[in-house]
Design a binder for this molecule. Structure first.
Ligand SMILES: *[C@@H]1O[C@H](CO)[C@@H](O)[C@H](O)[C@H]1NC(C)=O
Length: 194
């Protein structure tokens, strides 16, 4: 049964993408690359999801930015690397992570959850992997995951609206995740406790 689901899941996603208004897809629509649901507290590599596949760069990781000890969430251009494992958790406590509900992200080897902070020189809200530094503005809200074509996008939401997570290349050529722009499309690969 599990094998059948694994085999069928990519086709089901394709079918959803082609035939339905994405808002109509059931809540249990988040899957990893092995065809399993996304589970609370499990570590995943978050990889680009694109038709270009292997050419799309590596999985998400973090990089020290500027002169501060701020660590930004980045997506390097190097191909064929998984990036750093990310613990995805569900503050609501249910076992399966569903779209449109709050989720927390943190790199498995970092203690802070991701937060959204303001870069005064670039004028963008970017995702920080180690919290806000003194004097940095933090945006209030929660992350959510939803479907985007054949992958998933992240949004950052407050009670009145959501902004998509896209990316921007900073002065040091780090491709940082940040609010605004075209949403970045991801897939989740179980890191199997890495
Ligand atoms: C990426 O992660 C998968 C398991 O999630 C592993 O099988 C694979 O070897 C990893 N690839 C690299 C290049 O580390």
């Amino acid at each position: 049964m599990k094998k059948t689901i694994n085999t069928l899941l990519p086709y089901l996603f394709l079918l959803f993408a082609l035939t339905t208004n994405l808002k109509c897809v059931s809540a249990l629509d988040l899957g990893d690359t092995e065809g399993n649901w996304l589970y609370n507290g499990v570590n995943y590599y978050i990889l680009p999801s694109t038709f270009r596949g292997e050419d799309a760069g590596s999985g998400l990781t973090f990089a020290r930015i500027g002169a501060s000890d701020s660590l930004a969430v980045v997506q390097p251009a190097t191909n064929g690397w998984n990036g750093s494992a990310v613990t995805i958790s569900n503050p609501g406590g249910t076992k399966i992570i569903i779209t449109g509900s709050p989720v927390d992200f943190k790199f498995a080897d970092q203690s802070s959850k991701w937060v959204v902070v303001f870069d005064e020189s670039a004028k963008v809200w970017y995702l920080s992997a180690n919290g806000a530094k003194p004097g940095q503005k933090t945006k209030t809200g929660t992350f959510q995951i939803s479907q985007l074509n054949l992958g998933f996008k992240f949004s950052f939401c407050n009670p009145s609206f959501c902004e998509d997570v896209g990316s921007f290349v900073d002065a040091d050529k780090h491709n940082r995740l940040a609010l605004g722009g075209s949403p970045f499309s991801f897939k989740f690969q179980n890191a199997h406790n890495n």
